[in-house]
Design a binder for this molecule. Structure first.
Ligand code: TMP
Ligand code: MG
Length: 289
């Protein structure tokens, strides 16, 4: 790589068109931090996929704690995960085919969670006791964006309340962060009674982008976008940007690598294979800002 970015020369970094990536990064650098926004997925993108051979929990799975839900609910949520997660990442099915099944998965899980009468004041404890983990290099990532006042839109089909607690407990919840996610609705006594607003799952982020992200004042006038995700559905997260100029998409390929490699390379500008760090996004952001 001609630029001072040895991180992009590693063999875990795949690019369909290296020259286009270079040109995009150069154009973003010329325009500067004032023209930039970063849009990122949360689960398995800002958080690690695995650590020491064990899967790191997603925000939904962080709720799997006796402080919040009973054994029966844990068992049912696991069964749903075992049924629907393979569908979510199945390279042989289209997003259109997956969409109704994702709605089914999320709806069932949210109904189960509501039955459990989860208490708001227990969420922080559950996050503390969980093995939730942001990717290596997360401090540099969050601090760099905050320092240069680059807005970071975290766009997650996970649980917003849990996601916020994870970044708070890691001390990186800075004022440049905006979040679109599934938020819990608590009654007056602090007990979960519903989820707020339109359900967000992995394959309807486009609608959320158009209805929510497009209206965020802090994101206006920033036509350059670095987008990060781990699902092909994440690619629509920038659809709310009004007049995009340069968009660079970075995809984390965590699972089913051989089966999905081709489609990821064809869909994301930069593909990171089994990379548990934020080193590549950090190198790009360091160069641009
Ligand atoms: P994300 O948009 O922040 O990545 O969050 C969505 C991820 O959460 C998606 O990969 C599927 C996962 N998930 C679970 O792990 N357990 C669940 O019960 C549900 C509904 C989703
Ligand atoms: Mg994800």
């Amino acid at each position: 790589f001609p630029m001072q970015m040895p991180e992009l020369a590693k063999c875990s970094v795949l690019m369909r068109e290296r020259s286009r990536v270079e040109e995009t990064i150069h154009a973003m650098q010329r325009a500067g931090a004032g023209s930039l926004q970063v849009i990122s997925d949360f689960d398995m993108t800002l958080t690690r996929f695995a650590h020491n051979g064990k899967r790191v929990p997603t925000t939904h799975n962080i709720l799997d704690n006796r402080l919040l839900i009973n054994e029966d609910c844990t068992r049912k949520m696991r069964e749903l995960l075992n049924t629907y997660y393979p569908i979510e990442i199945d390279a042989s099915r289209s997003a259109e085919e997956k969409l109704p099944l994702m709605v089914e998965w999320w709806t069932k899980v949210h109904e189960l969670l509501i039955e459990q009468k989860i208490r708001r004041d227990m969420l922080a404890h559950a996050v503390k006791e969980s093995s939730a983990m942001l990717r290596d290099g997360y401090k540099v990532f969050f601090e760099c964006l905050a320092e240069h006042q680059v807005p970071l839109l975290i766009f997650s089909a996970g649980v917003g309340d849990v996601l916020e607690e994870v970044i708070r407990q890691n001390h990186v919840f800075h004022p440049n962060i905006h979040i679109i996610s599934n938020y819990m609705d608590f009654d007056q006594t602090g007990v979960l009674q519903a989820f707020k607003g339109q359900l967000i799952h992995t394959f309807n982020k486009r609608e959320g982008a158009l209805s929510h992200a497009a209206g965020l004042r802090e994101l206006q006038g920033r036509p350059n976008v670095v987008l990060m995700g781990d699902s092909l559905g994440d690619l629509t997260m920038a659809d709310g940007v009004s007049e995009p100029q340069n968009v660079l998409t970075i995809g984390f390929l965590n699972d089913q690598v051989e089966e999905r490699k081709e489609s990821y390379i064809n869909s994301f500008d930069v593909v990171l294979v089994k990379d548990e760090t934020l080193d590549v996004p950090n190198a790009i952001l360091r160069y641009i800002t």
